[in-house]
Design a protein around this ligand. Structure first.
Ligand code: ADP
Ligand code: MG
Length: 337
C-alpha cells in the first residue's frame, strides 16, 4: 500500500498526468474465494471498464466450472459423461486437457478426479468420509478414466461415480483470462488475484511489486517477500480450508489421490510461472509430491520456480531462485510445525 502511494506521488511530481490517472481497485467474494483486482489507468472510463471486464471473465469461468452449482457446465458433465461422450465448451475442454497433461507429468499427483473422494469431505462442518466410503471412492480416482477427444471436443468418463472438480486449476485459468482482457484494453500495470492465485502485469514504475507468501502457521504474517514483475504466482497451503479431527490430525482440502486423504508432506507450496493456469496446477501438484519430487519436477520445467515450506516449517527453493540470489536452500524458517 505504501509503495503504491509513493508511486502515485512520484508520478504526480514527474509527469503531467490527465486528471483521472489513478489506481482502480475492486474485491468480490466469488468462486469460493476472494477475487481482487488493482490496476493503473490514465482514464476513468477505461479504469472502470477494465474492472468490469475482470469480473465478467471470472463470472464466465464460474458459470462453466463451479462444481457446487448444479447448472454449471461441469456439473452437467459430471452427471452425463459416464453415459457417453459429451461435447463441451472450448474453455472447459482446455482446462480439462491441461489438467490431464499435469496428471501425466506428475504421475497422478495432480488428478481432477480426486473429487470422487473429495466430494465426501465437508471442511466447514468437520466431516470426513468413513473408511468404507473412502475405499470405494479412491477406486474411482484415476484421470485415465477421463477420455477426451480434441477433434470432437468431447469428454467421456469410462466409469460411473467418477467426479471431476477443477478447484486446483480453474482459478488460475480465470486469472489468466482476466489478465488477457486487461491487456486487450491496453492496461499495462495490474494485479489480479483469486485466492492464492495471482498474476502481476508490469511494475510500479521504478521498481517491481513485492508479493508476500503467507506464513502457514501465523495467520496474518508473511514468511517470504519476493519482488515480482510480469509473472504468475500460486500458493497451495494446508491452512486455507481445514479442520483438526478427533485424533488431532489436520484434515485439509488438498488430497493425495492414492489415499483420498489430505496430503501431509508439506505445509505450503508456491509456484512461479508465466501463466496462472500453470502456476495453479503446479502448486497443487508440488504440494502433493512433497519437497524432493516436487523440486525435481519444477527444476525440469523451463521458466517455472517454486518455494516450498516442508512439514517442519523449513523453506526450500528451486534452482532458478537460488542462482544469483542471496536465498539459501533449506534455511530454517520461523514456522512452528
Ligand atoms: P486453493 O483452492 O486454496 O487456492 P489449490 O490451488 O492448491 O488451493 O487448490 C486446492 C484445490 O484443488 C482443492 O480445493 C481441490 O478443489 C483441488 N484438489 C485437491 N487435491 C487435488 C489433487 N490431488 N489434484 C488436483 N486437484 C486437487
Ligand atoms: Mg493450485
Amino acid at each position: 500500500m505504501r509503495l503504491l502511494c509513493c508511486f502515485s506521488l512520484l508520478l504526480s511530481l514527474l509527469v503531467p498526468l490527465p486528471a483521472a490517472a489513478e489506481w482502480y481497485r475492486e474485491e468480490r467474494d466469488m468462486m469460493g474465494t476472494r477475487v481482487s483486482v488493482e490496476l493503473w489507468s490514465q482514464d476513468r472510463v477505461l479504469g472502470k471498464q477494465a474492472l468490469a471486464a475482470v469480473f465478467a471473465e471470472m463470472d464466465e469461468v464460474n458459470r462453466l466450472m463451479n462444481p457446487w452449482d448444479p447448472e454449471s457446465e461441469l456439473s452437467g458433465l459430471n452427471r452425463e459423461a459416464h453415459r457417453g461422450p459429451v461435447r463441451v465448451s472450448p474453455a472447459l475442454f482446455r482446462v480439462l486437457a491441461r489438467s490431464i497433461e499435469y496428471s501425466k507429468l506428475s504421475g497422478g499427483a495432480f488428478d481432477v478426479s480426486f473429487a470422487s473422494a473429495g466430494q465426501h469431505y465437508d471442511y466447514r462442518k468437520g466431516v470426513a468420509p468413513s473408511k468404507e466410503v473412502l475405499e470405494q471412492a479412491v477406486s474411482r480416482i484415476d484421470y485415465t478414466y477421463i477420455q477426451i477427444n480434441a477433434e470432437l471436443r468431447t469428454v467421456r468418463y469410462a466409469i460411473e461415480g467418477l467426479q471431476v472438480d477443477l478447484g486446483g486449476i480453474a482459478k488460475g485459468y480465470a486469472v489468466d483470462r482476466a489478465m488477457a482482457a486487461l491487456q486487450r484494453l491496453g492496461i499495462e500495470s495490474a494485479v489480479v488475484s483469486a485466492g492464492g492465485d495471482s498474476r502481476i502485469l508490469g511494475n510500479l514504475g521504478d521498481r517491481p511489486r513485492t508479493i508476500g507468501i503467507r506464513h502457514p502457521r501465523k495467520r496474518d504474517d508473511f514468511i517470504v517477500m519476493i519482488p515480482l514483475e510480469d509473472t504468475a504466482i500460486s500458493t497451495s497451503g494446508d491452512y486455507e480450508r481445514f479442520f483438526i479431527d478427533a485424533d488431532g490430525q489436520r484434515v485439509h482440502h488438498i488430497l493425495d489421490p492414492t489415499t483420498g486423504k489430505s496430503s501431509g508432506k508439506v505445509q505450503s507450496a508456491s509456484v512461479l510461472a508465466e501463466r496462472a493456469i500453470d502456476s495453479d496446477a503446479l502448486s497443487t501438484t508440488t504440494f502433493v509430491l512433497g519437497v524432493k519430487k516436487g523440486l525435481e519436477l519444477i527444476n525440469s520445467l523451463h521458466g517455472v520456480d517454486a518455494i516450498i515450506i516442508d512439514d517442519r516449517g523449513v523453506l526450500h527453493y528451486s534452482d532458478g531462485l537460488l542462482l544469483g540470489s542471496d536465498l539459501e536452500s533449506e534455511s530454517e524458517a520461523p514456522a512452528t510445525p
